[in-house]
Design a protein around this ligand. Structure first.
Ligand SMILES: *[C@@H]1O[C@H](CO)[C@@H](O)[C@H](O)[C@H]1NC(C)=O
Ligand SMILES: *[C@@H]1O[C@H](CO)[C@@H](O)[C@H](O)[C@H]1NC(C)=O
Ligand SMILES: *[C@@H]1O[C@H](CO)[C@@H](O)[C@H](O)[C@H]1NC(C)=O
Length: 732
């Protein structure tokens, strides 16, 4: 599709300065380093927003139109109402070229959506011109209609420190943009900073609508614009710590005035993803007592105070399939749009649900049966339903060739640190920085940082990689299954990646009981690793070249799990994750110990009860990067593809446990970071070979079909193209 964007050079809106330390406060670790980590699934997503007409039967692929422009990922769209887009357009048109003057027919598709272009999570407005949206005509677009896209970022984040945050679920309501942002991080462990904000389009004034200490997700504005409904986590005035749940968050639905967040009232317990049928009717999803996710309807009282007692609730969709993320169109009492998981398919699809006939009308399965479709929304005139899906692969789709990223550059809070997402697990760099090793389940691979020369260096099951700091071309890994019990055979091996013979691997451990996470001392003489040989996973040190057969020293000892160790560049410290404060609780905290066994201490004193994993020292040894659940959950998990641990975010902290900094903001699992002594150029790097794209699965817990138990096996055992490893936090 030919679409030349018009970038209007007006950044309309300005957010308030967030509660966030100034960049100059940040004690940069060296003048040029990079942090590289993995995000489960994210580089496979390639989401764009598409739409289908609601009134055409039967649907075919030619009816589907792509609204967004294939740059980065685009998702969670909203079709603005005519009144709110009028307000936005009058603002735009006064300040910009009137490219669209005189073009009154056909009306453009107007869209507000989340995009992650340039590594920033931002909200954009696009106006896209199509020849004939009814698709009854086969006329081609004529030349004078080009350019056919107006594109405007709605939040000025490039020059703002709060650019490093997550933006989600935007909608336009009259003169206001209402959305979720995570930019106000008030520094409380295991507490989400997701909150709802409104920005007035004319003045640019931004207002927080969510009380401090509470997390709000999935806002929906009523047809009049007066009221906003949200999915809310935590109800107290003090911050509500996240309780470890990663499926259904135990949220309630609240309603408040869009204008200023006042008159906030709880309308119902146990529900999420609200949307308004009219000023008194809310649709929402919940997992019912019969375990099916279903759509429910809440009728608010027409007069008198609103409370959970005065709200009447009824179930709308029947059991037998999972139905969730409802969408309405104001004034349309005939149907709602929903996402479904049917027992007959392992794919998530968009359907319409007829509210009078109580009947489903399938939409996306008829067009793209083998792709997941997410989070529907309906046009104000109810003629189109929008959703996002992966644009790559399959019949009539774009190829992932040369667009899939190996490295995605992300904005960094410190200009001295480049931040990258990498398309492989446990990335590690050779001492010269010219090669990267990573795990791909199965196998260990080596690739150049420019995406060339990828080759397999170990073919078996393995996890974790690290290079020897002295001996050229030596990579250590743990060979065997991940997430295995203490007695499972896993061995530390070294791989000579330059050895062209087949003798390039060497087994360093001789007791095969779950030996993993090797880390060499800076002189290359020793390796610290964790082993389950005593019946508990503790730390041991052995000779790096000859392995444990020439001697083994136990470094930690106790009936708990010590794991994921990393040796400091000055050789003085080993940092590791341990559940020693509460064995088997799933709670891991970072600890430090001298290699001679003295000096043991907990790194972060006030972060108790969380999951801190995969620590790695900065090249100057002054800070540690790690993954943690300190930021809780940033979005309703059901609105995303499968994430084992949607709470994983990347943080750094000083060696004395102070000055913790959050580097990533998203609703995915970020983990396995490495920190290298080189400032990599802050640009994306693509794969140089065609890589499979869109290879992600729907939420595993939606495979559970309560009254169709015969189907469960078939669905659960389907294609396991996504590695069954989690990167952050679970007890390895
Ligand atoms: C745009 O221009 C029109 C008339 O020229 C004016 O009435 C309107 O207030 C302007 N809108 C903004 C947002 O400046
Ligand atoms: C922990 O305390 C340090 C100072 O000792 C402070 O910088 C940090 O923000 C606190 N973190 C949490 C999660 O409370
Ligand atoms: C242990 O190592 C630390 C750090 O190298 C050193 O300061 C300390 O003196 C050592 N202790 C013993 C008992 O050797």
């Amino acid at each position: 599709m030919k679409s030349k964007p018009i970038y209007l050079v007006c950044f309309l809106l300005h957010l308030l300065i967030p509660i966030f330390p100034a960049t100059s406060d940040y004690d940069a670790s060296g003048s040029g380093t990079s942090i590289v980590f993995k995000t489960l699934g994210r580089l496979d997503y390639a989401f764009d927003i598409f739409s289908l007409p609601t009134g055409i039967n039967p649907l075919s692929q030619t009816h589907e139109i792509k609204i967004t422009d294939s740059r980065s990922v685009n998702y969670n769209g909203h079709f603005p109402s005519p009144s709110s887009s009028y307000s936005l357009l009058s603002l735009l048109r006064n300040q910009s070229v009137i490219q669209t003057a005189g073009r009154s027919y056909p009306p453009p598709q107007q869209l507000v959506y989340v995009t992650e272009r340039d590594g920033l999570s931002n909200i954009y407005y696009d106006e896209v011109y199509y020849e004939d949206l009814s698709w009854r005509s086969t006329r081609k677009r004529s030349a004078f209609e080009v350019p056919d896209r107006v594109q405007v970022p709605l939040l000025d984040l490039q020059n703002s420190r709060n650019g490093i945050s997550m933006k989600d679920r935007p909608s336009l309501a009259n003169d206001y943009l209402v959305y979720v942002s995570t930019h106000e991080d008030y520094g409380l462990a295991r507490t989400s900073s997701a909150a709802v904000y409104s920005t007035e389009l004319k003045s640019g004034v931004t207002r927080r609508l969510t009380p401090y200490g509470v997390a709000d997700y999935s806002p929906s504005v009523s047809p009049s614009g007066d009221w906003t409904a949200v999915t809310s986590y935590g109800t107290k005035d003090v911050a509500t710590e996240w309780d470890d749940e990663v499926e259904e968050l135990g949220t309630d639905i609240y309603v408040f005035l869009t204008r200023d967040g006042t008159r906030r009232v709880k309308v119902l317990e146990h529900g999420g993803w609200p949307c308004w049928g009219d000023e008194r009717t809310l649709y929402f999803h919940r997992r019912g007592e019969d375990k099916w996710w279903s759509i429910y309807r809440a009728i608010l009282p027409s007069h008198g105070p609103i409370s959970t007692e005065s709200v009447a609730i009824e179930r709308v969709t029947p059991p037998g399939l999972h139905v969730f993320t409802p969408a309405t169109s104001p004034g349309n009492k005939n149907f709602i749009a929903v996402a479904t998981r049917r027992p007959t398919s392992k794919f998530r699809h968009i359907e319409l649900f007829d509210l009078e006939k109580n009947d489903f009308k399938e939409m996306t399965r008829l067009v793209s049966p083998q792709t997941h479709h997410f989070n529907p929304f309906i046009s104000p005139d109810s003629t189109r339903v929008g959703y996002h899906r992966c644009r790559w692969g399959g019949k009539g789709r774009e190829s992932s060739k040369s667009s899939k990223l190996l490295f995605q550059n992300l904005p960094s809070p410190d200009p001295g640190i480049s931040l990258f997402r990498f398309d492989g697990s446990f990335p590690s760099f050779s001492p010269a920085g010219d090669r990267i090793a990573y795990a791909d389940f199965p196998g260990v691979y080596v690739i150049n940082p420019d995406g060339r020369n990828r080759r397999e260096v170990y073919g078996g099951a393995a996890f974790f990689t690290v290079w020897d700091p002295v001996r050229n071309g030596i990579v250590y890994t743990s060979a065997g299954p991940d997430f295995a019990t203490v007695g499972t055979e896993v061995d530390i091996i070294s791989i000579n990646v330059d050895d062209v013979d087949q003798t390039r691997t060497k087994k360093l451990t001789t007791d095969g009981k779950n030996n993993a996470f090797p880390s060499p001392s800076p002189d290359g003489k020793w390796i610290v690793f964790r082993s389950g040989r005593s019946g508990y996973k503790n730390l041991y040190v052995m000779d790096a070249e000859e392995g444990e057969k020439v001697g083994l020293r136990r470094l930690t000892d106790g009936p708990w799990t010590d794991t994921m160790c990393n040796w400091s560049p000055d050789g003085e410290w080993i940092v590791f994750a341990s559940d020693r404060d509460n064995p088997d609780s799933g709670s891991f905290e970072l600890h430090l110990i001298h290699p001679n066994g003295t000096g043991l201490r907990k790194l972060i004193q006030n972060g108790s009860g969380g999951r801190c994993n995969h620590p790695w020292f900065s090249p100057d040894g002054k800070r540690i990067v790690f993954t943690s659940d300190y930021a809780g959950i940033s979005a309703e998990p059901i609105s995303n593809p499968h994430q084992y641990q949607p709470y994983g975010e990347i943080f750094t902290v000083k060696l004395d446990g102070s000055d913790m900094r959050r580097l990533t903001h998203n609703s995915y699992e970020d983990g396995t970071p490495t920190w290298i002594p080189k400032l990599m150029k802050a640009i994306d790097v693509g794969w140089k070979e065609d890589r499979p794209g869109c290879e992600f699965e729907d939420l595993h817990w939606l495979n559970d079909m309560p009254s169709h138990s015969g189907c469960i096996g078939a669905i659960t055992n389907a294609r396991a193209s996504v590695p069954s490893v989690a990167l952050c936090g679970r007890s390895f």
